[in-house]
Design a protein around this ligand. Structure first.
Ligand SMILES: Cc1cc2nc3c(=O)[nH]c(=O)nc-3n(C[C@H](O)[C@H](O)[C@H](O)COP(=O)(O)OP(=O)(O)OC[C@H]3O[C@@H](n4cnc5c(N)ncnc54)[C@H](O)[C@@H]3O)c2cc1C
Length: 363
């Protein structure tokens, strides 16, 4: 029997969409050019942060609202996976060196202006030391954003693959689908991230570098972000004494290995925050390109003649936005499945996902 949907690209978005679609009763087939672990997906490299407030200073209110929706969905969805996935919602601490106090004031006023619902608190030195003992008394002040989380991307991707197996979803790992091919299904959904550039010309890469450390003596209770005019880095503890230090952001499609400059910037900023990291071991230096559209927002476009939906442009917000995007795709699909030749109606909950002519134009 013909599948309802064939998903091409089983990284973050494709896997999540396949899982939720199958739970919703659709017949799903998934194709991914790489392994079941997800080790070639951009999602494998990522930090896994779900930080709508910290992003609010740079992102439109609709994205922040989508981020809040995802923040509600992750803890609902993750416990249903067959393998445990570490998820922490203890919030973010924003730190700055004394000389960069202006960065903190700027951030605070932007946050107030752009996100009136933002819930945050300034902590003094003693409150900070109590909340995050690993920092000791090194910082005078911090901003605490409690409503933020992070998910362990490297546990998530294989757990989603297990969940697809449990649901009997036909998964074709290590199977590249070419632009000239159309897998058999009523609707094909292209979730190839940065690799969809051949079909979606406006896509570009934004290079990101990240370091993974083994630092068994250093355990952070919160995500840490450093506010700095040049190096805005974050640190996240992961199970097993590991720590992620990310990430550079460079306008480039070059996904080659981490540069010396990138590694130095990340490591020296991390060392300035936590000198104890001097004895940590570097276990990985990772680099990949975030898939971005010109306005750095995700988009859904649909070509009725081909029964082809494309969902892309998650940029640096894959974990922040994918649950909300998946929910939206699932709201759109029933009408298209009953008539694949119809136009995509306005995106029901997040209108801008499907209504930006310059980004959606197929040329
Ligand atoms: C350094 C770094 C840090 C990041 N940190 C964060 C963060 O903290 N929080 C956050 O929200 N986001 C973060 N991101 C962004 C996030 O990783 C991306 O937005 C997200 O992974 C994009 O998901 P995707 O499913 O579109 O693409 P991907 O995860 O790349 O998945 C695409 C999949 O398509 C498959 N594929 C490609 N071509 C084909 C083909 N022809 N046929 C079949 N399959 C194919 C690939 O194998 C891959 O599995 C970060 C990114 C980087 C680089």
């Amino acid at each position: 029997m013909e599948p309802d949907i064939a998903i091409v690209g089983g990284g973050l978005l494709g896997r999540l969409l396949a899982w939720r679609s199958a739970i919703g009763g659709l017949r799903v087939v998934l194709y991914d050019a790489n392994d079941r672990l997800g080790s070639e997906a951009t999602a494998w490299v990522a930090g896994g942060m779900v930080t709508p407030q910290a992003e609010a200073v740079d992102a439109e209110p609709e994205l922040v609202a989508m981020g809040r929706r995802s923040l509600a969905l992750w803890p609902e969805w993750l416990p249903a996976l067959p393998a445990p996935v570490h998820y922490s919602n203890s919030g973010t601490l924003l730190l700055w060196q004394r000389a960069d106090a202006g960065e903190a004031s700027r951030f605070e006023s932007l946050l107030k202006a752009r996100d009136p619902e933002a819930h945050y608190r300034r902590l003094n030195r003693a409150e900070l030391a109590e909340r995050e003992p690993a920092l000791g008394n090194r910082f005078q002040e911090a901003l605490y954003l409690p409503a933020e989380a992070h998910v362990d991307n490297r546990q998530l991707l294989p757990a989603l693959a297990d969940a697809l197996d449990e649901l009997g979803v036909e998964c074709h790992w290590n199977r590249r689908v070419e632009d000239t091919e159309r897998p058999d299904a009523r609707i094909v959904i292209d979730c190839r991230g940065k690799s969809a550039k051949s079909r979606w010309k406006q896509l570009r890469g934004v290079r990101g570098e990240l370091v993974r450390l083994h630092a068994p003596g250093v355990e952070l209770r919160h995500m840490i972000r450093l506010l700095h005019p040049r190096y805005s880095i974050y640190l996240i503890s992961r199970p097993g004494g590991n720590l992620v230090v990310g990430a550079t952001a460079i306008e480039s499609d070059d996904c080659s290995p981490v540069s010396v400059r990138g590694a130095l910037e990340l490591l020296s900023a991390a060392y300035a925050v936590l000198p104890e990291l001097g004895e940590a071991r570097i276990i990985e230096l990772d680099c990949d390109c975030r898939p971005a559209l010109p306005d750095n927002r995700p988009a859904i476009r649909y070509t009725p003649q081909a029964g082809l939906m494309e969902v892309n442009g998650l940029y640096r917000h894959g974990f922040l936005l994918s649950p909300a995007v998946v929910e939206e795709v699932l709201a759109i699909l029933p009408r298209l499945l009953s008539n694949p030749g119809s136009e995509l109606a306005e995106s029901p909950r997040w209108p801008s996902l499907g209504a930006r002519d310059e980004v959606l134009a197929c040329h």
